[in-house]
Design a binder for this molecule. Structure first.
Ligand code: EAX
Length: 323
């Protein structure tokens, strides 16, 4: 009798387990980003989640989490403590050095140029480098062209930037280019920026319109110069073992989710680049169009020989000439 009871309860327990986990096991995918929900990365995360959950009928449950530090989010994805991360590609070169080529100032002329390169085999070749570092490069997102903002100091040409302390991302290509222009680059995580601006530890910072807008950086700065000095890609990456551990349908759902994220992200960047600039102007920051953009290009070009040595003149030319 005892034995029969045991068998019956084992069967019952097995049945319950199957019942709880459903017909197909549910997988949780946590994706982090460091921007407000109402931003170019916030809407991308929501599009990613909605598309994946719909396609897998809830088989993959996507949890969106906001974190402070983009570099730490990549690290934690690499270690498998979280499944995926999205955000600016600013700290990415510290993990996948080959991607640093994209950070060269004045490399891209327009959004169409940058998107064209990232969507081409050049972008795919770079994504393929992630595997060797335990990461799956799922898709290139977009942060946008970066613009200079300052507090009390004003800038009418690049010579006015000499000696200024400008907060940069933890990105050595950006830092080298600023140094070439005589700026004192001050790298720090984005989460440290508001207090650095408020306390006057730095004279200014540089970020794309979607970032300035969604984080209200105009409240801490007086002047916005539309320098568009460097294109800042975004990235969606996942832990490689996690991605490869999914079945075919799961991997396809993540890739389709990424496509939806790219569309939502780019659409929002475009909207911010038009209406967003007007919103900023209306809120009171001085918005200055740059007519001498070539002078800024020349001022930052002192590091170009270094970049050619580091990335190869051929690759740089291939990107610059991309049609
Ligand atoms: O992800 O660190 C930065 O300046 C980034 O552009 C920002 O956090 C958006």
């Amino acid at each position: 009798l005892t034995r029969i009871t045991t068998l019956a309860s084992l069967t019952l327990a097995a049945g319950l387990t199957a019942g709880i986990s459903g017909a197909v096991a549910q997988t949780t995918l946590t994706v982090t980003h460091s921007s407000p929900a109402d931003s170019h990365f916030g809407v991308a995360a929501i599009a990613f989640k909605d598309a994946i959950e719909k396609e897998t009928d809830g088989g993959i449950n996507v949890v969106i989490q906001r974190v402070d530090n983009e570099r730490e989010a990549i690290e934690s994805t690499q270690l498998g403590a979280q499944e995926c991360a999205m955000g600016s590609a600013g700290p990415l070169g510290n993990f996948i050095p080959e991607t640093r080529v994209l950070d060269v100032p004045f490399l891209f002329d327009s959004y169409a140029h940058a998107r064209g390169v990232l969507d081409s085999e050049i972008g795919d070749e770079l994504l393929a480098k992630f595997d060797a570092r335990g990461l799956k490069g799922v898709a290139w997102l977009e942060n946008g062209f970066r613009n200079l903002t300052t507090g009390s100091k004003t800038v009418s040409g690049p010579e006015d930037m000499r000696g200024m302390k400008i907060r940069t991302m933890e990105n050595e290509v950006h830092m080298k280019a600023w140094q070439a222009a005589g700026v004192l680059p001050t790298p720090m995580a984005f989460s440290e920026l508001p207090s650095a601006l408020q306390q006057g530890t730095v004279d200014g910072q540089e970020n794309p319109i979607p970032v300035i807008l969604s984080n209200n950086l105009d409240m801490m700065q007086k002047h916005l110069y539309l320098t568009r000095h460097v294109y800042s890609p975004g990235i969606l990456l996942c832990n490689l073992d996690f991605f490869e551990g999914l079945d075919d349908a799961g991997r396809k759902a993540v890739q389709d989710g990424a496509k939806a994220a790219v569309v939502a992200n780019r659409t929002r960047v475009e909207q911010d680049e038009t209406q967003g600039i007007e919103t900023l102007r209306g809120r009171g920051i001085e918005v200055v169009e740059i007519t001498n953009r070539d002078a800024f290009r020349d001022a930052m070009s002192g590091a170009n020989a270094d970049f050619e040595a580091q990335f190869g003149a051929d690759l740089l030319k291939r990107i610059r000439d991309w049609k």
